[in-house]
Design a protein. Structure first.
Length: 157
């Protein structure tokens, strides 16, 4: 089941993102990058409730047996800010289901008008985003040790 994350589930969603990051992505990052990501999550946990309330950010969770096993977040409406799935649930369509939920929500908001989505993908997830239709828009980049590939997708209403 997919539902929007509320304050009751926020810590579990952030913990999942941190866990999956450290299992699959962190090894390719410098110590600075690992710390930047951890700090981002810790900081965001404190202010995320306000951002969710204001609509500046949205988070959805994929729940199995009342536990979050996947999470996707957006900021500034059209930018995917995070997407993580528990390793025990990889290759089961959870990331696609989460992504489809976000696109459906945005389509409702845009009332059939085309729009562009962006993501700064970890190198680990580029192939996933390509399967969703995203295209690389620039070379791999490094910002405070966070390594990412800018990508975008045009969605036709």
């Amino acid at each position: 089941m997919i539902k929007k994350i509320d304050n009751n589930d926020l810590k579990a969603a952030v913990d999942l993102a941190n866990q999956v990051f450290h299992e699959f992505i962190a090894d390719g990052y410098s110590e600075e990058g690992r710390q930047t990501f951890t700090d981002y999550l810790d900081y965001k946990l404190q202010e995320m409730a306000e951002d969710l309330e204001s609509g500046h950010k949205k988070l959805w969770g994929y729940f199995k047996d009342n536990r979050i096993v996947g999470v996707i977040g957006t900021r500034d409406t059209f930018h995917i800010s995070l997407m993580f799935v528990d390793k025990h649930y990889h290759h089961q369509g959870i990331a696609r289901d989460l992504f489809t939920t976000v696109v459906a929500d945005l389509k409702r908001q845009q009332e059939g008008q085309p729009f562009e989505m962006t993501v700064n993908s970890s190198p680990y997830a580029v192939a996933v985003y390509r399967r969703f239709g995203f295209e690389v828009t620039d070379k791999e980049q490094n910002n405070q040790g966070i390594i990412f590939v800018p990508m975008k997708l045009t969605v036709i209403g």
